[in-house]
Design a protein around this ligand. Structure first.
Ligand SMILES: [Zn+2]
Ligand SMILES: [Zn+2]
Length: 457
């Protein structure tokens, strides 16, 4: 089955090869309206593919499916640790993908100015950049990347998944509340039913990777798939889907996603889902908002990947006033229901408590709960003081964080209208860490074991 080396399980990877390389590197042009220099206070990561692989497709009729070709793409991530991100090409706008060519050589850590990772879960190796050269905006669309984009657009317009996914969403039981899983620096949430207390729908399926791999909890036994939960992906950043590479079973369930950014790693992951028939893209032909049963999904209205993805509101049941907003990493000003003044009982603070670029915040109902999903000691320093403080000013409570306890994983469950509980999760079989079970600490007040359907107990 489809498996790019970049996603091979860490057991199959023995350290980074020490070699020089030439890559085409892609990065999104961020919003600049907050007056800050882009990426100044944050690590810079670029999605790369070897130049030789990319160039081998130029002007050649290859005939093979794009999703098969990406299986062999030599992918990597280049982290600029002290090398300054070159200026974006003239005329670039937020949300555009900027491309550069980079050359690098192995270097000791004292001489290095960057790190290269050839696997999503590798520790990376120190390198020194030997040169960089910008490419004009739109450059990559002439090659294999553009071919993939065209194929995706064609595939999507012929797909009839909207109706069947809506039917599937309408059946989902959410009455047990919303679980926020401790996946380190990243996000993974689920709708929980009130009978078996297990995940019925995942909203994002991420976790800590690369520099932040160390924030992923040891001893996380796996995810519960007993009820065939589908996944809604808020946006394509790695920290929102990477757990599907740790537990590939997740690749076989339907994923409802925003359009795929034209960056090599995200395209390769999309190719993997596509090859398994699991990819369902919410493109411009879909409505801005869909409500099916207790699930409402909105298309965010911004320009960047964070701000133009899908925001999910879960309710206790269809038409219930009890609601929980899962914004992914979107700025609140880009979520139509927030802009329209809807108030919420529960909220996952957007973007892991990272930097926002608008003064819009969702309204909190009386007694509302807030949750934060970030990994301890992550490289972004999430959550940021200002972001948490501004939530408090807008009436939100101090958030309950995933990984709150040093005994990890430490998940959070917010029952409808109740206070957040912390719990460890797991089921009788010991195969998962995401069923809400009796091993929750006493304050969890959750005393019922999750069990498989049909289990006598
Ligand atoms: Zn993001
Ligand atoms: Zn994120």
């Amino acid at each position: 089955m489809f498996k790019n080396q970049f996603f091979a399980s860490p057991g199959q990877v023995d350290g980074e090869p020490r070699r020089k390389g030439r890559v085409y590197a892609a990065i999104e042009v961020p919003e600049l309206d907050d007056g800050l220099q882009p990426y100044e206070a944050e690590p810079v990561y670029l999605e790369c593919v070897d130049t030789s692989w990319f160039n081998s497709f130029e002007a050649s009729e290859n005939g093979a499916l794009w999703s098969k070709l990406f299986q062999a793409a030599p992918l990597s991530v280049l982290e600029l640790t002290s090398y300054k991100l070159p200026l974006f090409p003239e005329g670039s706008k937020p949300g555009d993908i900027a491309w550069f060519e980079f050359g690098y050589e192995p270097a000791s850590s004292s001489e290095s100015d960057a790190r290269i990772y050839t696997n999503l879960l590798s520790e990376g190796a120190t390198v020194k950049i030997s040169f960089h050269e910008p490419r004009p905006i739109g450059w990559a669309e002439r090659g294999i990347i553009g071919e993939a984009a065209q194929a995706l657009a064609k595939y999507n317009s012929s797909s009839s998944s909207q109706y069947s996914l809506k039917k599937r969403l309408a059946r989902i039981s959410t009455a047990g509340g919303v679980a926020f899983y401790d996946v380190g620096q990243g996000a993974c949430q689920a709708a929980i039913d009130n009978e078996l207390h297990i995940p019925q729908l995942y909203v994002d399926f991420g976790g800590g990777v690369l520099t932040n791999k160390k924030t992923f909890p040891d001893g996380f036994a796996g995810f519960c798939f007993t009820r065939d939960p589908m996944v809604i992906l808020s946006h394509w950043d790695w920290d929102h889907w990477s757990s599907a590479q740790r537990w590939p079973e997740a690749l076989n369930t339907p994923w409802l996603t925003p359009p795929v950014p034209l960056k090599p790693i995200q395209l390769t992951f999309a190719a993997e889902l596509h090859e398994r028939g699991s990819l369902h893209i919410w493109d411009a032909a879909w409505p801005g908002t869909i409500t099916a049963g207790a699930v409402t999904i909105e298309r965010c209205t911004g320009r960047t990947a964070n701000d133009s993805g899908l925001a999910v509101t879960l309710r206790r049941r269809r038409n219930s006033p009890k609601n929980c907003l899962l914004p992914g990493d979107a700025d609140y000003a880009c979520i139509p229901s927030v802009v329209a003044g809807e108030s919420f009982n529960a909220l996952c603070m957007t973007h892991h408590g990272g930097r926002l670029h608008s003064p819009t915040y969702p309204k909190a109902k009386r007694g509302a709960a807030s949750v934060l999903s970030a990994g301890p000691r992550n490289s972004y320093r999430h959550p940021l003081f200002d972001t948490v403080a501004t939530h408090l000013e807008h009436g939100w409570s101090l958030p309950t964080g995933t990984a709150l306890s040093g005994q990890r994983p430490c998940h959070v469950l917010v029952p409808w209208g109740g206070r957040p509980h912390i719990l460890q999760g797991g089921c009788h079989g010991g195969m998962c860490a995401t069923a809400v079970s009796a091993i929750a600490p006493a304050n969890g007040k959750i005393t019922k074991f999750a069990r498989r359907r049909g289990d006598a107990m």
